[in-house]
Design a protein around this ligand. Structure first.
Ligand code: GAR
Length: 197
């Protein structure tokens, strides 16, 4: 690992707003990181246009072209290692990664999830928080472990659930916090990698 600049890859599957927030943060002069690539598993992901507009390299690895999770993960792993990636940020990457892949990147694989983990792993987190009558909801950035949406928590941000909230209005407030939480968590991880905390 270079002492001055950690080589980062961002993985996404859809709209790419967290990818954009991270890319914007990494581009700041005082962040000791370099965005070497983004990868998406979906050729139709909206985030691809964001990358094109910003001049960010984006590799498409369509999971439908592979006949097993292992084969897809092997291709992903090879692509990241060929680019000398040192830290992977999953940002709305909606694909389960195999245990072998995850264990190959110990504490070098981060994820963001739209709930206050360990609550509501998986999908439809905003709807589930509303149905449970939760007063608080939020997002979590965590180190990834082979279990879905699990691993040591780095940053959590909460939002209040308001009367009349729908899954969409709640999601709008949570995503704002996601865009703050992920850069904050990245800074903490970079400091740890540099041995300064
Ligand atoms: C975000 O809300 C992110 O937390 C979630 O997908 C959305 C992606 O939005 N990720 C997960 O649910 C992972 N389990 P984005 O493409 O605009 O960043």
């Amino acid at each position: 690992m270079s002492c001055s600049s950690v080589k980062i890859a961002i993985l996404f599957s859809g709209r790419g707003s967290n990818m954009q927030a991270l890319a914007h943060h990494i581009a700041k002069a005082d962040v000791p990181a370099e965005l070497v690539m983004t990868v998406t598993n979906r050729p139709d992901a909206g985030g691809i246009e964001i990358c094109e507009a910003a001049g960010i390299a984006c590799t498409v690895i369509d999971h439908k072209s592979f006949d097993s999770r292992e084969a897809f993960d092997a291709k992903l792993d090879g692509t990241l290692r060929a680019a000398n990636v040192e830290l992977i940020c999953c940002a709305g990457f909606m694909r389960l990664l195999t245990e072998g892949f995850v264990n190959g990147w110990p504490d070098r694989l981060l994820n963001i999830h739209p709930s206050l983990l360990p609550k509501y792993q998986g999908l439809h987190t905003h709807k589930r928080a509303l149905e449970a009558g939760d007063k608080m909801h939020g997002c979590t950035v965590h180190y990834m472990r082979p279990e879905m949406d699990a691993g040591p928590i780095i940053v959590q941000k909460s939002v209040q659930v308001l009367d009349g909230d729908t899954p969409d209005t709640l999601a709008d407030r949570v995503i704002e916090q996601e865009h703050i939480a992920y850069p904050e968590a990245l800074d903490m991880v970079l400091k740890k990698m540099a041995g300064t905390t």
